[in-house]
Design a protein around this ligand. Structure first.
Ligand SMILES: NC(=O)c1ccc[n+]([C@@H]2O[C@H](COP(=O)([O-])OP(=O)(O)OC[C@H]3O[C@@H](n4cnc5c(N)ncnc54)[C@H](OP(=O)(O)O)[C@@H]3O)[C@@H](O)[C@H]2O)c1
Length: 286
């Protein structure tokens, strides 16, 4: 696992099957899109691993497979210390197509097993068929476990009613200070399951650290805005955050969030500036 002198250790979260994984990882969306940038992107991911960010989230869709190739390059020679998450595109989520898509992902990642394989979002393939394909991939040792992404409460209820549906290990959804809808829906449903939520875009795709209200609260608390935004996500039980950061100073601000306890006055100011919705809202997604 990563060694990060002087940095806080990363807390761990329990997946539905009992495995413990880091509560903070690295996203890869928009990586692998330009061949000339791949070496630098792999270096950034390796630096993140050195800082203790040993869970990496990717998808066959990112860079049309390019992001998985970058991840493969980054973890070459150190695969054992990394928890690899990838996602199947809904168009490839059928009985046979999902198996073929997973094999293509494994080849790009240059590994023989994906630690967590997610359905990226719901498409037209019946859910039961996708679950069947995931269970087959698990039996064949090509994935260690499977989960879903962008699933709202009704999707999770449907999944729970399917044969092997209870095998779902995690649900990856949009969650940050400015988008708290899951607190009235998917988050309590996942806690009751129980399975963790993986919070994607925890910086609102980079917009949140520059938010004036957050900047003011962070200044009063003496914490960098990005660190505070992420510490707030991590303070929610059962949540794994997967921020994306290419720059070293950004990665350090991310790791620092693991050592932050939010004081009551700061929590109150956050609740005032970024209120939770009062009633159920449909799941937001990118
Ligand atoms: N399942 C899904 O449907 C889904 C959808 C979207 C995303 N995701 C996953 O979630 C990951 C994260 O989401 P995201 O990439 O959309 O956005 P994000 O993590 O919310 O934001 C990334 C942006 O924030 C910047 N940043 C990082 N650390 C910062 C800091 N300390 N201070 C200021 N800016 C900072 C990054 O800049 P630099 O890169 O320049 O450092 C980058 O531009 C994705 O990469 C992907 O793996 C999943």
């Amino acid at each position: 696992m990563g060694y990060a002198p002087g940095m806080p250790s990363i807390p761990r979260v329990r997946l539905a099957d009992g495995t413990h994984v880091p509560a903070l990882g690295q996203g890869t969306w928009r990586m692998g899109e330009r061949p000339g940038a791949r070496a630098a992107e792999a270096d950034a991911l390796r630096r993140g691993l050195d800082l203790g960010l040993t869970l990496i989230d990717t998808a066959e869709m990112y860079g049309d497979g390019g992001a998985e190739a970058v991840v493969g390059r980054a973890i070459a020679g150190r695969r054992d210390g990394v928890f690899v998450v990838s996602k199947v595109h809904p168009q490839h989520a059928g009985r046979r197509a999902a198996v073929a898509a997973c094999e293509r992902s494994l080849a790009r990642l240059a590994i023989d097993r994906i630690d967590l394989y997610l359905l990226h979002w719901r498409g037209t393939v019946p859910l039961a068929e996708t679950v069947e394909a995931f269970e087959r991939l698990k039996r064949d040792g090509k994935i260690a476990r499977w989960g879903v992404s962008n699933f709202d409460v009704d999707d999770l209820d449907e999944l729970a009613g399917l044969a092997h549906g209870s095998g779902c290990a995690a649900n990856q959804v949009l969650f940050h200070l400015g988008e708290r809808g899951i607190e009235r829906g998917a988050l309590p449903r996942c806690r009751a399951w129980p399975m963790p939520v993986m919070a994607y875009s925890p910086f609102d795709e980079g917009r949140l650290p520059a938010n004036p209200a957050l900047a003011r609260i962070a200044r009063d608390a003496g914490i960098a805005p990005a660190t505070l935004a992420l510490a707030w996500v991590l303070a929610n039980d059962n949540v794994i955050a997967i921020p994306k950061a290419a720059r070293r100073e950004h990665q350090e601000a991310i790791v620092a969030a693991a050592g932050v306890t939010i004081a009551p006055a700061t929590a109150a100011a956050i609740a005032c500036a970024f209120p939770a919705p009062k009633r159920r809202t449909p799941l937001a997604m990118l």
